[in-house]
Each structure stands twice: as C-alpha cells, then as structure tokens.
Design a protein around this ligand. Sequence first.
Ligand code: NAD
Length: 474
Amino acid sequence: MTPVAPSPTVQALFAHQQAHAQRWRQSSIRERKKLLRQLREAILAQREKIRAAVMADLGKPAAEADLSEVYPVVSEISHVISNLDAWARPVKVDAPLTMLGTRAEIRYEAKGVCLIIGPWNYPFMLTLGPLVSCLAAGNTAMLKPSEYTPNTSAVIASLVRSIFPEERVTVVEGGVEESTALLRLPFDHIFFTGSPAVGKVVMRAAAEHLTSVTLELGGKSPTIIDQTARLEDAAKRISYGKWLNNGQSCIAPDYLWVHERVKDAFVEKLTQTVIKQFGQRTAITPQSPDYARVINDKNFQRLDHLLRDAVQRGATVEWSGPMDAGQRFFHPVILSGVSLEARIMQEEIFGPILPILTYTDEDEVIRHINAQPKALALYVFTTRMSFFEKVMAQTSSGTACLNDCVLQFVHPNLPFGGVNNSGIGKAHGEAGFRAFSNEKSIVKQKNGFASPYALYPPYNTRVRKVLDVLIKWF
Ligand code: NAD
C-alpha cells in the first residue's frame, strides 16, 4: 500500500494543536471543568439534531438515541466534573528507609495531542465519550468519526466547531484514507474504538512513533445460562442487550450456551420478550418503531451469508420472520444446533442473529470459551454463586456481568475495556482520565548528605557491606 501523507491542512492543524498543547496542559482544573460544562450545554442544545442524525444513519429510535448516545456522554461529563479534582490531585507516596530524606509523588500530566477514532455503531457516544476524558486530562484532540455515519459525523463536526477553537479540538471527517493519513502523525496518544483487525493497523502505525494506545475492540461475547437461572429475568435482559441497536453493540451477547434442560423453555420466553420489547402487537415488522436497522447493505449481506452458512451446516431456525433488504430490516433470528465450524461461530456477529448452543457439562463450556480469543464481555445467568465464581476464576475477559448484560458499560465507577484481542487499556471515568494522562513519578531530594551516597563508587568494603545488608534485609 502506498503511504498516504497527511494533507497540508491536517498537518497544519496538528502543528497548531502541538503549539497549543503546551499551554492547555497547564490549564487549571477549573478551566477544564468550564469547558466540559460548555460541551454538555452544546450537546443538550443539539439533542434534536443528534437524534435525527442517528435515525438517518442507523434507524435508531429517538428514545434509544437519548439512552445510548446522548445520556452516556452527558452523564460521563457530570461524573468527571464531580471527581476531576480528586483524580488530578498529585498522589504523595511514602519513602522507604532506603529513600530516607526524600519526598515523592505521582503527578498526572496531559499527554499532549491525541487522536480519537470512532466506530459507526454508537457514532456520537463513542467519539465524544473519549473526548470528555481527553479534555479532562488537559489534552488537545483530533477526532475522526466513522464514514459510515455521515449525518452524525456532520453533527459532531458542527458541534465541535461551535464551542472549540480548532487548536484545541478539531474534527477530520472521512474514511480509511483520512484515518491512514492521520495515523502517520506523531500523536501523543491514540484512542481507537473499532474492530480487532483495524486495531492492529492502528497499533502498527502507533509503533512507528511509540505512541501509546487505548484500543477499544470487539469480538464474540459469550453468555451462559445454567439450569438454575431465572429464565424470565434472563430473557428480558438478554433480549434487550442483544437486540438493542439491532445487535450492533460491541458488548451484545454474541451467542448463548444454555443448559439443555432449560433450552426450550428459555427460547419460548425469549421470543415472547423480544416481541414485547421491540415489536408491535404480536410481531416485529419494518413498521416497529423501537427496532433499529442494519447500518448498510454490505452488513445486511454479511449477516444474510452468516445465516445461510449456519443453516447449510445444520442449524435449526427457532425463530425468524420476513426480512426487507431494501429497508435493511433484518428480523431477529434465533438459531439452535449451530455447528462450531459455521462462520457465525468464527466471527463477531454484530447483528440481530442469536445462536444458541446447548450443554450438559459446564467444563466443556469453559473449555470452549478458553479456546476463543479473550472476550470483551462474558455473561453468566445463574443462581449458583459457586458456578459464577468458577467461570470468573477459569476464564479471562475484559468485563463480566452476573445475571445481566451490557450494564457494566454504564457503571460510572468501573473501568471499561477488553483484554488482548478485545482491547488494550481502559476507558470511562477515572480510568479514562488515566488513559489520557502521563503518570509522572517525581522524587524530591534534599541538599547535603543523602542516603544513595552510601552506595556510590569506589566500591570499597564499606559499600559492599551496605549492599550485603540491603540484599539481606530490604
Ligand atoms: P472499524 O474497525 O471498521 O472502523 C473503526 C474506525 O476505523 C472508523 O472510523 C474507520 O474509518 C477507521 N478505519 C477503518 N479501516 C481502517 C484502516 N484500514 N486504517 C485506518 N483506519 C481505519 O470498526 P466499525 O465497523 O466502525 O465498528 C465495529 C467494531 O467496533 C466491532 O468489532 C465492535 O465490536 C467494535 N466496537 C468496540 C467498542 C468498544 O468499546 N470496545 C465499541 C463499539 C464498537
């Protein structure tokens, strides 16, 4: 691939931000909070436009836009404003005997100029959410929203222009070409949300400048329902977590492992619940106002192929309905008897198809989960705490929930992020502030005699004796 040079405009913007970053790094917490308040006000003032944009891009119902795009950003701002003084305060640390006479502390300094690349599935929230942490930590930011949501991207650009000078925050609209060009610049931090495949591209580019990264990636999030689970509750929560935004959520339950004994009862409850939550009367149709759409034709075709491939390999369709490719209306689908070899079990589904696998041996489930890349989220529905703890102890995932799903994303006091294939680094609240900060360790030495003198060369008998004591006792 021929290298793409950043356009002169983007390079100039970057240089402009670099020059400004020094000044903004020294901004007071008060100044930063004032800026965040302005951002909150601007978002609230543009609420209608944001709803209209995500409706145009994703067919996202207005209430879902409020719930999953506006509210998380606004509440993140409020949470940051309430806690920033405490998070940004230097932390004094004790001196051990070997450091006698010194004082030490950790300071949180802004990294500098940051790049935030957003995905299309929650295009507003996943571009502006990281911006909140970025500004709170005292950085400048260049934002690159997804090209698949041009309406939301335009709203973000105009909102940012209305309150920020471009040397502090600027938006570069466009797709892979613009993203590639931006990634050639020596940013101080890159915060990327998207697929594991593009995450690798971002990390390779960042390595060129040894830029630190936060990678919020995806993958398959498994869900286990054991024979003791409260099926009614499980159905409600899984229906919501899976079909919210038409299954296009990074932490949606990707597939289920259900104990054989409760599978039929669960499928029945689940089907009824999905209709209750997202349908009208007895069905889900293109007219159902609470059911979002697949983002584009390419993804509609991809989901269609996944479904056909699973059925060809022996899966049973437990529930489906009429589809409308023209409107990108993909009816919820529940599959059982899915082969582990089917494509749908190999890649992140990111759509409204839910495969159900059954089990009787819980160790087999744990072995299967451990044979896959580490998940962003793992959900367990059970009334046996011992089973939940066993799954927690024997598997690794970025996040987890007992008897619910998706909820962990909005808990303000929890770091959010994956592990290995599902991500590197954490976001939200304090973790987000730390991700955009350099933890600077400072030691303050006094003048005159200091304890390290005892170890300075020449390495005579006295120094060697001190070393013997150190090695033995400290
Ligand atoms: P994507 O990786 O295709 O694109 C994300 C961003 O990267 C877009 O802005 C795009 O323009 C840019 N991009 C795409 N290809 C690029 C390339 N070759 N070089 C440089 N930049 C490039 O992801 P997507 O399809 O927008 O989003 C879906 C994925 O994101 C899913 O895997 C999902 O699980 C994941 N996701 C993760 C989180 C999280 O918080 N962990 C949240 C939402 C989505």
